[in-house]
Design a protein around this ligand. Sequence first.
Ligand SMILES: Nc1ncnc2c1ncn2[C@@H]1O[C@H](COP(=O)(O)OP(=O)(O)O)[C@@H](O)[C@H]1O
Ligand SMILES: [Mg+2]
Length: 244
Amino acid sequence: MKSVALLEVKEVVKRFGGVTAVQGISFSVQEGEIFALIGPNGSGKTTLFNLMTGVFPPTSGSIYFLDQRIDGWPTHKIISLGMGRTFQVVRPLKRMSVLDNVMVGAFLHTSDMREARTLSLQVLEETGLIDRANEEARSLPIALRKRLEIARALATRPKLLLLDEVAAGLNSKEVEKVMELMVEVNRRGTTIILVEHVMKVVLGVATRALAINFGRPIAEGSPREVVRHPEVITAYLGERHAAH
Ligand SMILES: Nc1ncnc2c1ncn2[C@@H]1O[C@H](COP(=O)(O)OP(=O)(O)O)[C@@H](O)[C@H]1O
Ligand SMILES: [Mg+2]
């Protein structure tokens, strides 16, 4: 039977030497969703993104994207199929202009300079960065640098966009703006998976959520249900205790 899910993660395990970062996680994301992945620091969220984007293969388990088994594929092949991502640690090419940074993403689609430029300008328009196109990326404040990361990922015209803590470190007005951008990108047809600690974002934009802790699933359902789930609250409280 043909799977209807855009992305399907099945019993995925990832070990790094003695550390098991992901201990058997399964979930699927349907086309059109904004799916939130939450959990305290070190619970395996970024590792899941790295597995989905081919940074490294899973120790066991399988990942399907657009009906193809992609685990073990190299990153460039997965991105070409239609997956885009941002990184938790923002890393634009600082000495390059905002436009050139986005063109790096666009060149995945085309080797034609004019076409890449047209697509990049369009993405800058969509992400509200067009007025900054010719500035050096390093001159941007953090909120706009994060936006540039999103723009760069969008320039590959992904079907599925993975956002890793894009609201972290932003003030509440900037958080509102990035939420608007997520909804707009999704409305234009891009499915989103977001890793996010800012619960306002999870509750405000996500259609469904999965909480994990120590690389295991602890709750899945509507964002409201998941955020209120006793095990999720305990996991976040545990993190706060560990920090103090
Ligand atoms: N490349 C790696 N090599 C070794 N250990 C790693 C690597 N990436 C992540 N880990 C470990 O896996 C666990 C989960 O990390 P991570 O996925 O970054 O968590 P999160 O994004 O939820 O904060 C942590 O214990 C982390 O130290
Ligand atoms: Mg992380």
